[in-house]
Write a protein that binds this ligand. Structure first.
Ligand SMILES: C[S@@+](CC[C@H](N)C(=O)[O-])C[C@H]1O[C@@H](n2cnc3c(N)ncnc32)[C@H](O)[C@@H]1O
Length: 379
């Protein structure tokens, strides 16, 4: 291990010593182009090294925390699409830094670092890995390229670090602490103000009517209740079901001037007793955060408390192919969201609702189907 580290120190010093021999620097437009390329390449190289290092730490040890050197074969994450992401990162880093620095000599000399990375892989790493892991590694070599410059390889490697089991404990649906306290503001900031306009539009699309009684499951801060209020008027009623401490406080504060908006401090997972009381059950960005079993409990509750002909209105992720969606959606769902969200997007929600007595579905799609407002009637 120490010898390997020494090898890389010599290679890096070799590259940078060239910059001392020549002061030929990129100038004008070239300097700008070098800088942009350098930053992009440096970030890419660092990401490769970080993702592969973390992958090895998670998946390439027989015993967790059993030291730095891997002792178990892995083809998970970034290692499923290339055999040597770490060396690619280490090999590209001098080129990235030299481009930022703008020293032409160092840029040219960086080619030697890449060559050194290739030599190191062929002459040192591969023979060692074959000795350690035998036929398993030879089979892996036949299926997986040594290097892969496709950014999807790095991206999928990143998701493998995150992937947690889709169980209730890994859900983020019970928003707490800082995130709960500033929930509305964070939603507006993260979406650059888009969410504020969107939620108004979506609530307008529910087709609430004057005098309607609405149950708001997982009501949050009360923002949605306030947006619904003008549609139901003074004769209607809104009951927010909420269990989050910070959310309940904000709900009460926001809705304190409205006599027909109430808070029910009840979990939507527990059987509710208000049989056939509501015209609408609204649930916004909550259902995706539950396991299929818990979703069924919520659907049963909605059915029970709705009047016949009443509507269960679900505002949440639509049903779409995550892998072929653009990067921003893939990253949002696979990296930022809880693992249950992916399962929800791939589920047959209408089929499940049908099994529980709902029908006459209507839907409105937003963001090209990434979000939908699904209305299901209690028939
Ligand atoms: C992602 S937030 C959505 C809030 C709100 N519906 C909105 O659209 O802004 C999820 C909400 O569901 C609430 N929640 C989670 N589990 C719940 C449960 N078992 N019963 C009632 N509310 C719950 C959380 O406290 C949180 O306020």
């Amino acid at each position: 291990m120490k010898l390997k580290a020494l090898f890389w120190i010599i290679v890096y010093l070799g590259v940078y010593s060239v910059s001392l021999l020549t002061d030929l620097k990129a100038a004008g437009v070239c300097k700008g182009i070098f800088w942009i390329l350098g930053v992009a390449l440096t970030l890419y190289a660092l990401a490769l090294a970080a993702v592969s290092g973390r992958t090895l730490k998670l998946y390439a040890h027989k015993e967790p925390k059993s030291g730095f050197v891997p002792d178990k074969f892995t083809n998970i994450g970034i290692y499923s699409c290339m055999r040597h992401p770490m060396h690619l990162g280490i090999g590209l880093l001098p080129l990235g830094i030299s481009l930022i620095y703008g020293n032409v000599g160092a840029v040219l000399a960086s080619g030697w670092a890449l060559a050194a990375a290739f030599w190191f892989v062929l002459a040192v790493e591969e023979p060692e890995l074959i000795t350690n892991y035998g036929s398993e590694y030879i089979d892996y070599m036949s299926k997986t390229p040594p290097l892969n410059f496709n950014l999807r390889c790095l991206e999928n490697g990143l998701y493998a670090l995150k992937s947690k089991e889709p169980i209730q404990e890994n859900s983020k649906v019970e928003v707490k602490g800082f995130e709960a306290k500033y929930y509305d503001r964070l939603m507006d900031i993260i979406t650059l103000g888009w969410y504020r306009k969107f939620i108004k539009e979506a609530i307008g699309d529910i087709e609430l009517f004057k005098g309607a009684k609405v149950a708001d499951f997982g009501a949050g801060t009360g923002r949605n209740a306030l947006l619904m209020h003008p549609y139901i008027g003074s004769k209607g009623e809104i009951v927010g079901y909420e269990i989050g401490k910070e959310m309940k406080e904000q709900f009460l504060q926001k809705t304190k001037y409205f006599k027909n908006i109430h808070l029910a401090e009840k979990s939507i997972l527990e059987p509710l007793n208000e049989d056939e009381r509501f015209d609408f059950v609204f649930i916004s960005f909550v259902l995706h955060g539950f396991t299929p079993q818990n979703r069924e409990k919520i659907i049963k509750n909605a059915y029970k408390i709705l009047k016949r002909g009443g509507k269960f209105v679900i505002l949440d992720y639509g049903s779409f192919d995550i892998d072929s969606a653009s990067f921003i959606y893939r990253f949002g769902i696979k990296f930022m969201e809880c693992p249950l969200a992916e399962q929800f997007i791939n589920s047959d929600l209408e089929g499940i609702l049908k099994e529980h007595g709902f029908g006459e579905f209507e839907q409105k799609l937003y963001l090209g189907g990434k979000i939908r407002l699904l209305s299901a009637k209690k028939v």
